[in-house]
Design a protein around this ligand. Structure first.
Ligand code: NAP
Length: 310
């Protein structure tokens, strides 16, 4: 059945794939974006673009009827790895996630929305980062204490402001999403293709990854389910950085001979190097127990498919 969907961050690496799929399924999409003029070029009049929540047409609400928005998917956020984590950059990362989610909740309150489901962004960084494989984190694990963790905690807290406005609130604790033409692989592909890739730091830090097709399939699975609360959006087979490096090099038929020592990563990236030198071993417990069927449970297959489409 066709739904009216509101998405933030829908122009991004993940969101644009979601929208492509929803359009094929005949859903009605409203997209919050800072660049509404770009949308007609991408989706030729099929998506309603707004630059403020207050621009969303909820006129039926004034007459005491439903505004018609069924599902909200909240993915907006400045790129976490796009720049060094200066105090100003950290504030931008917070404002674009926590601030925007607070604005969404205020708009939902002021217009008296009642959604079927809200799926709101978070990340596996919620659990904090370690250099090694222990511990394994499931959705019931405690939060960490570093910057990424505090960002996710506050982002999830802001989303909980929507609890009274929705039947279900799902918090998407997203791992590293793998897909063509974007995400982490966009940065790694060229150096690896040139044979300049290598292990980062100890190589023992764990990458909890998910193929973008599975991510989008999981979103649609969650929308159709009655699940609620935090959901780890990761494949069932996290790998160490050393394994990831070897697998990517094999997929691209190149050697990976150039390790990046921890000290170099810290010098080049500052605090942001945490994202490279540390990781988290995350289990998709909720999705697995619910019976979600991963199309790409193994990294090799996921990388092969991604590189085939690049
Ligand atoms: N990709 C991953 O591996 C990964 C991993 C963990 C978590 N996540 C999270 O999942 C979400 C989507 O990821 P993605 O890879 O699709 O991200 P992306 O390609 O960087 O897209 C993010 C979107 O957020 C919007 N945005 C950026 N800065 C903003 C700002 N200052 N104010 C308002 N909106 C802003 C942009 O939309 P407009 O330009 O149209 O406004 C952009 O299209 C992000 O929040 C990210 O943190 C992603």
């Amino acid at each position: 059945m066709s739904k009216r969907i509101l998405i933030t961050g829908g122009t991004g690496f993940i969101g644009s794939k979601l929208i492509d799929g929803w359009l094929l399924d005949g859903h009605d999409i409203t997209l919050l974006t800072r660049r509404p003029k770009w949308i007609p070029e991408r989706w030729i009049g099929k998506v309603t673009a707004v630059s403020e929540f207050s621009d969303i047409n909820v006129s039926a609400q004034d007459k005491g009827e439903s505004s018609g928005i069924d599902w909200v998917i909240n993915l907006a956020g400045e790129g976490i790895a796009d720049a060094r984590w200066t105090p100003k950059r950290k504030q931008a990362l917070r404002d674009s996630r926590v601030g925007l989610t607070q604005r969404l909740a205020r708009w939902a309150d002021s217009t008296n929305q009642q959604f079927e489901a809200v799926l709101s962004g978070s990340a596996v960084g919620y659990y904090g980062s370690v250099d090694g494989i222990w511990p394994t984190f499931s959705e019931t694990s405690a939060a960490g204490t570093d910057f990424s963790a505090s960002l996710c905690i506050d982002w999830e807290h802001a989303a909980k402001g929507l609890n009274d406005r929705t039947k279900r609130l799902v918090l998407l604790r997203t791992g590293i999403v793998l897909g063509e033409h974007g995400g982490m692989l966009k940065r790694m592909r060229l150096p690896f293709k040139l044979g300049l890739g290598g292990v980062i730091g100890s190589g023992q830090q764990v990458i909890s990854w998910i193929h973008r097709d599975d991510y989008c399939r999981a979103i649609n699975y969650l929308l159709a389910s009655d699940l609620t609360g935090p959901v780890n959006m990761t494949a069932p087979t996290p790998v160490s950085n050393r394994e990831f490096t070897a697998s990517l090099a094999t997929t691209l038929h190149r050697p990976a001979l150039f390790p990046m020592p921890s000290v170099a990563a810290k010098l080049i990236f500052g605090e942001l190097s945490e994202l490279l030198l540390k990781g988290q071993n995350v289990s998709p417990t909720v999705l697995s127990q619910a019976g979600f069927d991963f199309k790409y449970p193994n990294l090799g297959q996921a990388l092969e498919e991604t590189m085939r489409l690049w």
